[in-house]
Design a protein around this ligand. Structure first.
Ligand code: PLP
Length: 353
């Protein structure tokens, strides 16, 4: 006899989010989860060295006000417009809890970050998946019409896993026309030519999110923030865990955030490597989607992403492969160090030249 389940039906039906592999093979080139190949700012190491471990017996500041204030100052908003999360995934959890339910659906892009539909499913909310154009991953013409029934619209900019951006003017038009909350997930914005942070201060239905996991090289710390109108932040505050960001994360995050010189230097290096890798892949007849991110979405000449993924894996180079009729042609390759990229290209030249 089947054992009785005590879970909510939504949870029983849920497959759960599958994070990118974190393999532990020796001599691995790990370019599969868009981590930064370079270490964080030296200021972060310093803050860690000087961190007073005696303070660990005390709970952290529940709203991370040191970091909140620094974020507010940088973007010319008030502290009331900022919330800090345990990674941007934590902020997304709050957002889906706040704005989706069995009666309130979410609209997401397809392909996009696969956590969004999982968070909607946890709420018992339906998801409108809006297929991007298959060649350049731009928005379909009837995008707004498709999104209209949703209460929450989530757009990563740059998008993941495709790396492209929706033009800023088009983003503004979407935010102004959509009758619901628009989340602009700017996890990769520091690698892009522009961003939509100014919308957060101007448009009352927009939440702009950032993370320390990519450009700040701090995926292991778990830290992110969101900026929006005060009433929206207020609502999210009701939903967050009381002490969602620990003391160490708050101290290290502030040190990283204030070192803008390191950030700019590191992002410039990654952007330069990205453009060079795009050129090198194109010379191997790969199709490369123009990227404004720290990764490339590229299809091998035979359009068989899975085969290419397996070849690379056999040579201890781990990239990300997303099965499916459109995404299955491609691989998502995070920008590694020049040495890591060199190894990737060496293998690809052997098989595709
Ligand atoms: C678009 C997007 N948003 C959010 C995240 C999660 O970031 P964090 O590490 O801050 O939870 C990722 C991670 O890969 C991402 O690709």
């Amino acid at each position: 006899m089947m054992k009785k389940s005590y879970f909510r039906p939504e949870i029983d039906a849920l497959s759960g989010y599958v994070p990118g592999e974190q393999p532990k093979m020796p001599d691995l080139v790990k370019i599969n989860t868009n981590e930064n190949p370079y270490p964080p700012s030296a200021k972060v190491m310093e803050a860690l060295k000087h961190f007073d471990s005696a303070t660990l017996r005390l709970y952290p500041d529940p709203t991370a006000d040191g970091l909140r204030k620094a974020v507010a100052e940088r973007y010319g908003v008030a502290m009331e417009n900022v919330i800090v999360g345990n990674g941007s995934d934590d902020l997304l959890t709050m957002i889906f809890r706040a704005f989706t339910s069995p009666e309130q659906s979410a609209a997401v892009l397809d392909p996009s970050y696969s956590l969004y539909p999982v968070l909607a499913a946890m709420q018992g909310a339906s998801v409108i998946r809006i297929q991007l154009n298959k060649t350049d991953f731009s928005l379909p013409e009837d995008f707004l019409k498709q999104a209209a029934p949703a209460n929450l619209l989530v757009i990563p900019r740059p998008n993941a896993p495709t790396g492209n951006v929706i033009p800023k003017a088009q983003m503004e038009e979407i935010c102004r026309s959509f009758d619901g909350i628009v989340v602009i997930d700017e996890a990769y914005a520091d690698f892009a030519d522009d961003n939509c942070m100014d919308f957060a201060a101007r448009l009352p239905n927009v939440i702009v999110m950032r993370t320390f996991s990519k450009s700040y090289s701090m995926a292991g710390v778990r830290l992110g923030y969101a900026v929006a109108e005060a009433s929206v932040i207020d609502g999210l505050m009701k939903l967050k865990d009381s002490y969602n960001v620990d003391r160490i994360a708050q101290a290290l995050g502030l040190a990283a955030f204030l070192d803008t010189e390191h950030l700019e230097h590191c992002c410039a290096r990654i952007r330069e490597s990205r453009e060079q890798l795009a050129k090198d892949l194109k010379s191997l007849k790969f199709t490369v989607i123009p990227s404004q991110s720290n990764f490339l979405f590229a299809a091998p000449p035979d359009g068989n992403g899975e085969r290419c993924f397996k070849i690379l894996r056999e040579h201890a180079v781990i990239v990300r492969y997303f099965p499916g009729p459109v995404t299955g042609r491609f691989l998502r390759i995070s920008i590694g160090t020049p040495g890591e990229i060199g190894r990737l290209l060496q293998i690809l030249r052997e098989f595709y030249l």
